[in-house]
Design a protein around this ligand. Structure first.
Ligand code: PFF
Length: 454
């Protein structure tokens, strides 16, 4: 299929490269930082069950739908809609994705910056000999500062920009293949340490014993938002990545493997965090800082904790980086293909603009922490709006588009590689994207926001 530009489009070199890049996008702070804090605020077990239901019934189909759009059109998120539905307002879905990318990267880079600070603290052996209270206090002092959090955020944005600038294939694709499995193994080791702590069983009960009295519509919306955020769906990151996937790669398998890896890592992160939360008497509803307060406590109690803490924060920063790259890529692909900028110029402009917005997110924990707007700080709003509003609305639009407007034959041809691949679940998929997912997302969204009430 022709592209708008004359230059040949970049693409991933192999199927394993696609999976590494897409899993790299999905697996990140959303699994290890966001999942435990949101689950912790929402009562644990019942939240986990609803989350898993959404991953299966909505997350996986939306992921496949996004990859299908991108690979069919071979363009950025906005250009894909323009090409597949010329003259129609569907491109607005792509535009919304670009705005969501700005919001997400602005606050995500704050937390990503924290991982770098914690890496330096780990290298300096600064967790050793500290009590849970002292660790909490030192986190709060760092977080409410100005200079260091901003410095780390800018360094992280620079790293993200640098990788996108140099192209994805030879950097991210190469390293994620090796590093993601190492992160997985390390979480396993820490999980074992965490569940063998004295008093750990409270944490496992919290995570696995559902208590449905905690479930309200806003909690259900949180679960949907977290599922979308964690899978990187609803804003065109996977449309963009899908556009770089070669025509002979099987989209259903890729979507399935990425969904499975992402979900496994989120659950493992929960099993790593909550036993320690209970063992050290930390409040599971601690909020944004939860993992940064809990993890150092686990390292402090581990044989080889010094070594593991360094390795862990290196890997966490890398997991974050492979996600931020995919978010920035959405904006850069749009700037370069639609606004006809060179890729380099697009990267610089996007990174600088997002960093500027990001300053407000980072300062929400320090100088701007008293600026509460309708019960949330600026950071809180970026986090809430992107996960609970932009991504669900984007996901809804994407499934409706694929289900009703892209043409069933087009969709089937793309998913089955023009008929050469047997996809037994296609009839189920098509009814999920036509009916089940749109209705479920709309209901959860409207009730979750309180627009509708029972
Ligand atoms: N899925 C990433 C994570 O769990 O950390 C975050 C993310 C990346 C969200 C890309 C959205 C996105 F488009």
């Amino acid at each position: 299929m022709a592209t708008l530009n004359n230059a040949p489009r970049d693409s991933f070199s192999s199927r394993i490269g696609v999976i590494a890049a897409a899993a790299g996008s999905a697996v990140g702070l959303g699994n290890i930082w966001r999942f435990p804090y949101v689950a912790g605020e929402n009562g644990g077990g019942a939240f986990l069950l609803i989350y898993l239901g959404f991953i299966l019934a909505i997350g996986f189909p939306v992921m496949l739908a996004e990859l299908t759009i991108g690979r069919r059109a071979q363009l950025n998120a906005l250009g894909s809609f323009k090409k597949l539905a010329p003259g129609k307002p569907w491109f607005l879905v792509g535009l919304m994705g670009i705005v969501a990318a700005f919001l997400i990267l602005a606050f995500y880079s704050t937390i990503a910056g924290w991982t770098l600070e914690y890496l330096i603290q780990a290298i300096g052996n600064q967790f050793a000999g500290k009590s849970p209270n002292q660790l909490k206090e030192s986190f709060e002092i760092f977080q409410s500062g100005t200079f260091r959090p901003l410095l780390w955020q800018m360094i992280f944005m620079f790293l993200t920009g640098y990788i996108v600038y140099s192209g994805v294939k030879n950097g991210i694709e190469k390293y994620t293949k090796i590093l993601m499995p190492v992160l997985f193994l390390l979480i396993l080791v820490m999980t074992v340490r965490s569940v063998t702590l004295e008093g750990a069983s409270g944490g496992l009960n919290f995570l696995f014993k559902p208590d449905f009295s905690k479930i309200t519509w806003p909690v259900v919306l949180d679960a949907l938002g977290q599922a979308a955020f964690s899978l990187s769906i609803g804003m065109g990151a996977l449309i963009t990545y899908g556009s770089y996937i070669q025509k002979n790669n099987p989209l259903p398998n890729i979507a399935l493997q990425v969904t499975a890896a992402d979900t496994l890592i989120a659950i493992l992160a929960g099993v790593m965090i909550f036993p320690a939360v209970f063992a050290f008497n930390i409040d599971p509803a601690e909020g944004f800082g939860l993992v940064f307060i809990v993890l150092p406590n686990i390292f402090e109690q581990m044989a080889g904790g010094y070594f593991f803490s360094i390795l862990f924060f290196v890997l966490l920063a890398i997991a974050a980086l492979t996600s931020t790259v995919s978010v920035l890529e959405v904006v850069v692909a749009y700037f370069s293909e639609e606004l006809k900028m060179t890729r380099n110029k697009a990267t610089i402009i996007a990174s600088v603009a997002i960093s500027f917005v990001g300053v407000f997110a980072t300062l929400s924990f320090g100088p701007l922490s008293d600026d509460i707007i309708f019960g949330r700080t600026i950071f809180g709003w970026f986090d809430y709006l992107s996960a609970n509003v932009f991504l669900p609305v984007g996901a809804l639009a994407i499934v409706v588009f694929v289900g009703w407007f892209m043409g069933k034959r087009n969709v089937k041809n793309e998913i089955t590689n023009e008929g050469s691949l047997k996809v037994l679940f296609f009839p189920v998929f098509i009814w999920i994207v036509r009916l089940i997912a749109p209705v479920a997302i709309a209901v959860v969204f409207l009730y979750g926001l309180g627009v509708l009430k029972l």
